[in-house]
Design a binder for this molecule. Structure first.
Ligand SMILES: Nc1nc2c(ncn2[C@@H]2O[C@H](COP(=O)(O)OP(=O)(O)OP(=O)(O)O)[C@@H](O)[C@H]2O)c(=O)[nH]1
Ligand SMILES: Nc1nc2c(ncn2[C@@H]2O[C@H](COP(=O)(O)OP(=O)(O)OP(=O)(O)O)[C@@H](O)[C@H]2O)c(=O)[nH]1
Ligand SMILES: [Mg+2]
Ligand SMILES: [Mg+2]
Ligand SMILES: [Zn+2]
Ligand SMILES: [Zn+2]
Lengths: 211, 211
């Protein structure tokens, strides 16, 4: 389709721009409320003092998430899609024009909460991180496969709720690996901080690889 | 746009067909994993013995949900959208051709898990029921308003998890009412059954109004 072709062209421009600035970009994807913003908050608490981070927030309405992120004194831009169910590369291109990309170590893009459409729209990122929560059910990789197919990392969030839900961690990983065998997993709770260190270490590694 | 116009025409055909069969149809909408299928299971346990119910399941992939529903010995059809992020009226028109609509008291349509796009596609239903879970955050009505604007009923599910999440029931209702003042609420747990009776009573009332 023509729409995706145009998007891919702009995504390629973004990717070249990010490479020229030596900047690693992550696209955070999930269902609504899986914990993207909460995970970003925990991450900024740990890293914002030592590294130069920025965030692009994508939502149908409100700048609620950008306000939450702004509390951590990092540059943040809110993109309002006005009904659009996913971010596109041109929106990201406009948003990052607000940042001095050369000065940044990592850029996070929090996509619109939607486990379907955002999988089809390359934004120029280096990593697609899909976040699922233990409260959504372990079958999500089977039922919404395109998102897991395009992701490189899968964060399983809200592990503090495991005692109260029907969710089997190893089965969920198996289902996700069935869709994308190379997926790298992080199991954590953005609320309690359990399992967060491995995620933070991985991010620091990304920064070190792109000094 | 032309796509919505064509969809609205078929939805009108569906609606006329359902009215001729004296059949009340509900469209269940939510984020992935909010508990649509679980709520249907609890509902069928209570009502399938006394009334003639049927279900249309919509998913990107798998017939997992239809298999869960089939255990309750009600007619069920699985629609696979192959990547489509929402059901459309023509898919529903084809699916219900499998049922003897005159013989049914209630028809449930479980839409694809997506809090954005399904709001734009009329299927011919009488009621749009949006289900949010306490684990997604109380801000969903503000951040994904179109879905709440078109719904008549809002079910707040997973109230058994309230002690473990940041979710204020009255604030969530206030946010949703801010988008759609006439929303009718049910607060329940599809896992423990708490609050389910009011939902079941409401459904029985719908059946009685359409003998
Ligand atoms: N118990 C528990 N709750 C969590 C955890 N992470 C997030 N939450 C809660 O989940 C709800 C949604 O979290 P958000 O971070 O706003 O989710 P999001 O993915 O950014 O949501 P959208 O941007 O609206 O799609 C909030 O009530 C959080 O407090 C966790 O690890 N454990
Ligand atoms: N604790 C708790 N868990 C629930 C409740 N309702 C559903 N669940 C769990 O939530 C997960 C998802 O439930 P489903 O009914 O499959 O959700 P769904 O909305 O049909 O999901 P999709 O069709 O994939 O979009 C499962 O692990 C259920 O056991 C509830 O009231 N309380
Ligand atoms: Mg968020
Ligand atoms: Mg389901
Ligand atoms: Zn979409
Ligand atoms: Zn859609």
């Amino acid at each position: 389709r023509k729409v995706l072709k145009k998007n891919d062209d702009i995504a390629a421009e973004n990717r070249a721009r990010f490479a020229a600035a030596n900047l690693t970009v992550l696209n955070l994807l999930s269902s609504p409320g899986a914990g993207k913003t909460t995970l970003l908050e925990r991450t900024l608490e740990k890293l914002a003092g030592r590294y130069r981070l920025a965030v692009v927030e994508g939502d149908v309405q409100t700048d609620n998430d950008a306000r939450r992120i702004a509390r951590y004194n990092v540059p943040v831009v809110q993109v309002i899609t006005r009904g659009g169910c996913h971010l596109e590369a041109d929106l990201v291109q406009d948003a990052v024009a607000n940042f001095n990309l050369e000065e940044l170590d990592l850029l996070f893009i929090e996509n619109v909460g939607n486990l379907v459409c955002p999988a089809n729209y390359d934004l120029g990122e280096a990593w697609k991180v899909v976040i699922i929560s233990t409260t959504e059910g372990e079958d999500k990789p089977l039922k919404y496969p395109p998102m897991f197919r395009v992701a490189q990392v899968c964060v399983i969030n809200k592990i503090d709720l495991l005692p109260y839900v029907d969710f089997n961690l190893s089965r969920a990983r198996e289902y996700a690996r069935g869709i994308q065998p190379d997926l790298q997993f992080f199991e954590l709770s953005a609320r309690t901080g359990e399992g967060l260190d491995a995620w933070i270490d991985w991010l620091e590694n990304l920064i070190r690889q792109n000094p």
